[in-house]
Design a protein around this ligand. Structure first.
Ligand code: NAP
Length: 275
């Protein structure tokens, strides 16, 4: 199947739907990755801290797809922030992945108190210029972090990967991204199932003959986000991919908007410093 693509601000593009590898066991990551690519996924979201980059690389090789047909993301972990250490960490990721470059390299968290994210961003610019990352972006950055790296370097991240789901819709951050040409990418897009029973989701699922999970993923697509759900089951991967033959109506999108409570499942990027 053909995946919809989102344009990046560096003249490249990213598949709008992908799958995530957080908490996918290292021993089964290659099989899961290859199965997902066979089903039709093209974007594989990983990170050094997930401990399964070797399987991520092995899975893309097992798929037999040519290099320009899949999109690999990895992330620099918090303890590797700083110019030299981020360069070393990204090179170690490439070695584990067995790839000469990744399509997208992200700073995993800003870690404001460490205050090394600006130097880390400069390292990502160097890695991009050296051909080790095709595109560079960030994750869990708030507006002040984004303003600072853009202001100091003149380089705007192509994407910010943030927690986003029906209970945490991030309208202000998304508007900031839109203004600066930054793609929003949604992590924990299913929100730990907390809104599966909500009436707007149930009603749209009944009307469209889709599952609540498919309604939520379709909502991400229609707000213009890139979305990376995780499933370790082949049936789950297939279900999450099957969202391009229906659309939510304007009224259904408006009803979904009422579910926003500003409630996070994960840590607060303003204070998270682990690692
Ligand atoms: N940048 C960051 O800081 C950050 C943080 C968290 C996550 N992420 C990325 O975002 C990705 C997705 O987030 P996530 O893994 O937290 O959560 P998620 O994708 O929202 O949800 C995953 C959970 O939903 C279940 N699930 C998936 N598809 C389903 C379906 N069709 N029906 C029923 N249950 C289903 C999965 O179980 P089964 O496996 O049993 O299907 C799993 O328990 C991660 O894998 C990672 O790549 C990034």
């Amino acid at each position: 199947m053909t995946q919809p693509l989102l344009a990046l601000n560096d003249d490249r593009s990213i598949p709008q739907l992908g799958f995530g590898l957080w908490q996918v066991p290292a021993g089964s990551t290659a099989t899961t990755t290859a199965a997902a690519l066979r089903l039709g996924y093209r974007l594989v979201d990983g990170a050094a801290v997930y401990g399964n980059e070797a399987g991520q690389g092995e899975g893309v090789r097992q798929s037999g797809l040519p290099r320009d047909q899949f999109f690999v993301t990895t992330k620099v972990w918090n303890s590797d922030q700083g110019f030299d250490s981020a360069i070393r960490a990204a090179e170690a990721s490439l070695k584990r992945l067995g790839l000469p470059y990744v399509d997208l390299l992200l700073i995993h968290w800003p870690c404001s108190r460490k205050d090394r994210y600006l130097d880390t961003w400069r390292a990502l610019i160097r890695l991009r210029d050296d051909g080790k990352a095709r595109s560079i972006g960030v994750s869990n950055f708030l507006e002040p972090h984004l303003e600072r790296i853009i202001g100091e370097t003149g380089v705007t991240p192509v994407l910010n990967q943030v927690e986003l789901n029906p209970r945490l819709q991030q309208p202000a951050l998304r508007a900031f991204h839109a203004k600066h040409g930054i793609v929003t990418q949604s992590w924990t897009p299913l929100g730990r199932g907390q809104s599966f029973d909500a009436s707007p989701i149930q009603a749209a699922a009944r009307r469209s003959g889709k599952t609540p999970v498919q309604v939520i993923l379709r909502w991400h697509i229609q707000i213009g986000a890139s979305v990376i759900p995780r499933s370790t089951r082949e049936a789950g991967l297939a279900e999450n991919l099957d969202i391009f033959d229906f659309a939510l109506t304007e009224a259904e999108m408006a009803a979904m908007a009422t579910l926003d409570e500003g409630a996070r499942c994960g840590p607060d990027p303003a204070t998270f410093e682990m690692g």
